[in-house]
Design a protein around this ligand. Structure first.
Ligand code: ADE
Length: 259
C-alpha cells in the first residue's frame, strides 16, 4: 500500500458529532477533502445544513447527511445511530467531538453546571461510542477518535468539571480499546490545546491571555483547526492500523513544556 492509499478516507463513512461549528466543522471540511463520506451530527439542524453544503462545495461527489441529536439524551443517540445506519449503511469512523465547557472556579461550581458538563463531555461521548461501537464490533472493523483536551492531562484554568470529563475521555478510550481490540475496532483520542474556534475566540482576543498561552507553547502560537485534520486522518485511516488506546496531543508541544 503506498502512502497515498494508506492515508486515504475514500470509501469510508465518517460520523462527526458537534459538526456544526468549531473543531467539528473544521474536521468535516478536512475529512471531506481527504475523500471521506460524512454523517454530521449536532443539535442545530440549520447550521448542520450549512456545513453539509460547505462539504458538497469541497467535493461534489461526497455522500453527506446530517442528523439533529442532543447527545445528553441517550435515546436520541440510539435513534441517530439507528437511522444513519439503515439499509445496511455502516459507520467506519466515529469522531466523537461534541462537547462544551462552562468555566467556573471550583468553589463556585453548581450541581447543575457539573451535571451539564459531565453529561455532555463524558456521558454523551460514552453512549455515542457505545452505540457506534456496537455496530463496529458486529462489522469487525472500525476506528473511533474521541476528542479530549490537553486539559484532560495537565491542570489548566479551564475549570474542574471540564478537566474531570476530559480526563475521563482519555481513560475511557483505553478501556474501549482494550475491550474492542479483538473485534478489530480501534479507539484513540486526540487532545488539542488552544485552537481558534468560536468557543475560544473571545479569550484569544485578549492580548495578555494570548501572550501567556503562546509563552507556554514551544511552537509559540495557537493552533488553526485545519491542523487537527492530519492527526484525525491518521487515526481514522489504515495508516494507524496498529495504533489503539493512544492519546495524540495536538498542542504545539505544550504538554511537554516543564519550564
Ligand atoms: N454540543 C454541545 N452540547 C451538545 C449536545 N448536548 N448535543 C450535541 N452536541 C452538543
Amino acid at each position: 500500500m503506498d502512502a497515498g492509499q494508506m492515508f486515504s478516507l475514500v470509501g469510508k463513512r465518517v460520523m462527526i458529532t458537534g459538526a456544526s461549528r468549531g473543531i467539528g466543522r473544521g474536521l468535516a471540511h478536512g475529512l471531506a477533502r481527504a475523500g471521506g463520506d460524512l454523517v454530521l451530527v449536532a443539535r442545530d439542524k440549520k447550521t448542520l445544513a450549512q456545513v453539509e453544503d460547505e462539504c458538497r462545495e469541497i467535493r461534489a461527489d461526497i455522500d453527506v447527511s446530517s442528523y439533529s441529536c442532543n447527545i445528553r439524551e441517550p435515546e436520541q443517540v440510539r435513534q441517530t445511530v439507528a437511522e444513519s445506519t439503515k439499509n445496511g449503511k455502516r459507520i467506519d469512523v466515529l469522531v466523537n467531538n461534541a462537547g462544551l465547557n462552562i468555566r467556573t472556579p471550583a468553589l463556585e461550581v453548581t450541581e447543575e453546571q457539573w451535571q451539564t458538563i459531565l453529561d455532555t463531555d463524558l456521558r454523551g461521548a460514552f453512549f455515542f461510542a457505545q452505540e457506534v461501537g456496537r455496530q463496529m464490533v458486529a462489522n469487525q472493523s472500525g476506528s473511533i477518535i474521541n476528542v479530549s483536551s490537553v486539559g484532560g492531562h495537565v491542570a489548566l484554568r479551564t475549570g474542574v468539571a471540564y478537566a474531570a470529563a476530559k480526563a475521563g475521555v482519555i481513560q475511557m478510550t483505553k478501556v474501549l480499546a482494550l475491550e474492542w481490540g479483538r473485534d478489530k475496532v480501534r479507539v484513540n483520542c486526540i487532545a488539542p490545546w488552544y485552537f481558534r474556534t468560536p468557543l475560544t475566540e473571545k479569550l484569544l482576543d485578549d492580548p495578555a491571555y494570548l501572550g501567556e498561552i503562546v509563552a507556554r507553547t514551544p511552537l509559540r502560537r495557537v493552533g488553526e483547526v485545519a491542523e487537527l485534520v492530519g492527526p484525525t486522518v491518521f487515526l481514522a485511516s489504515d495508516a494507524s492500523s496498529y495504533v489503539t488506546g493512544h492519546t495524540l496531543f495536538v498542542d504545539g508541544g505544550m504538554s511537554i513544556y516543564g519550564f
